[in-house]
Design a protein around this ligand. Structure first.
Ligand code: NAD
Ligand code: MG
Length: 400
């Protein structure tokens, strides 16, 4: 393999996607080298990654943590530079020596560095779906304007990407695609009644049957808000209308999603539920490389089941579809309210079933503004969080 070595920055390197990315990269030292690894506060974990992967730069949120890291790196004889803060995150996303940026920060915190990578025309591997949900048209316009290569890492979107023609811009209909079938595992509470759901604990919500993931996306998977965010993500990535995306519950998580065509064909992408497959696809596209993933054993899978999602028990999916239909800042508000609600649930302050209620109440309290300016989106994100905190306090008082 004589392709030039690609230089990669991994944003959110200590997380579930970040560590899977480093696992794939470490299998191909001839193809990839690391520019930067970043983390929020996990300085010990970042130090360990620096020792193992020797990036040029390491970024943490706070200067005190960066100073701690700097000292340890020097003591270990490593020449990795430790930096701090959002400006440093943006810098490692847009640095001229970087070819590929893995956007794997969780939540709205990833928007600015991910957008910086897009605006610098990088190959952007998008795991951080919240960034695209918040900024939709603005994000996709920036991809086109700056000639960035956007490759979806979310397993469903990566699957759809693989099931569509190589050049699928310009609307699905032009390519004979009638529907995108977005599969959902159904999460750990598939089939549960609202009464059972009311008693769910954070530990139960974070124990996903098929995927091992960060805590926020685990809760989103359990409420089906993850599928709602993914529906919005699919609309932007593939230029689809919400009604062209059908959610199909498929508990085995072997089919990662499908595209249906006007001649009756349905093309699916299958594989073991292991994020290293879409990560390796994004890193090597249009080539294929070893991801360290076990081959799929269909005899062991034996059967594939499908059912419709239960939007009565899991209203977050409907809330997301409505936010996409409302347009403008509505998806950014949905995302911000959901981040506050998930934090409150994980902290034991909010019942599981109240997550959707809080999101709906914030939606009702906020206007829908045009989302063509980044400043408007960031401001609405901040305001929606404040509104969510105020409504949360009221909801907690109501239940006392
Ligand atoms: P995680 O919680 O395991 O890791 C998050 C990473 O982001 C960590 O490195 C953390 O240090 C960093 N981070 C958190 N808050 C930050 C902040 N405020 N500023 C800077 N850095 C911050 O999360 P994850 O499961 O790896 O998910 C990452 C993203 O990928 C999410 O958007 C998620 O929806 C998406 N995703 C994850 C999976 C999965 O299997 N884990 C699958 C599909 C999509
Ligand atoms: Mg997914």
């Amino acid at each position: 393999m004589s392709a030039a070595v690609q230089c990669v920055s991994v944003l959110g390197a200590t997380g579930s996607i970040g560590t899977s990315t480093l696992d794939v990269i470490a299998r191909h030292p001839d193809r990839y080298r690391l520019h930067a690894l970043t983390a929020h506060t996990s300085r010990e974990a970042l130090l360990a990654l620096c020792q193992r992967h020797r990036p040029a730069v390491a970024v943490l949120a706070d200067e005190a943590d960066a100073a701690w890291l700097r000292e340890r790196l020097a003591a270990a004889g490593l020449d990795t530079q430790a930096r701090a803060g959002e400006a440093a995150l943006v810098e490692v996303a847009e640095a001229s020596e970087v070819d590929v940026v893995m956007a794997a920060i969780v939540g709205a915190a990833g928007l600015l560095p991910t957008l910086a990578a897009v605006r610098a025309g990088k190959r952007v591997l998008l795991a951080n779906k919240e960034a695209l949900v918040m900024s939709g048209a603005l994000f996709m316009d920036a991809v086109a304007t700056h000639g960035a290569t956007l490759l979806p890492i979310d397993s469903e979107h990566n699957a759809i990407y693989q099931c569509l023609p190589a050049e699928h811009r310009g609307g699905l209909a032009r390519h004979g695609v009638t529907q995108l079938l977005l599969t959902a595992s159904g999460g750990p509470f598939l089939g549960w009644t609202p009464a059972q759901l009311a008693e769910v604990t954070p530990a139960q919500a974070c124990a996903h049957p098929n995927w091992s993931m960060g805590r926020k996306i685990s809760v989103d998977s359990a409420t089906l808000m993850n599928k709602g965010l993914e529906l919005i993500e699919a609309c932007w990535l593939f230029d689809a209308r919400p009604e062209q995306v059908q959610v199909v519950v498929h508990p085995q998580s072997v089919i990662h999603s499908m595209a249906a065509y006007s001649d009756g064909s349905v093309i699916a992408q299958l594989g073991n539920p292991d994020m290293r497959t879409p990560i390796a696809y994004g890193l090597a596209w249009p080539q294929r490389i070893d991801a360290g993933v076990e081959p799929l054993d269909l005899f062991q899978v034996a059967r594939l089941d499908f059912q419709a999602p239960d939007e009565m028990a899991f209203p977050c999916l409907r809330l997301a579809r409505e936010a996409m239909a409302a347009g403008g800042t509505a998806p950014a508000v949905l995302n911000a309210a959901n981040e506050v609600a998930v934090d409150a649930f994980l902290a034991g302050r909010l019942p599981f079933t109240a997550v959707a209620e809080l999101v709906a109440r914030v939606r009702d309290a906020r206007p829908v503004l045009p989302a063509d300016e980044l400043a408007t989106i960031l401001d609405e994100d901040r305001q929606a969080r404040q509104t969510a905190q105020a409504i949360l306090v009221r909801m907690l008082e109501e239940t006392i």
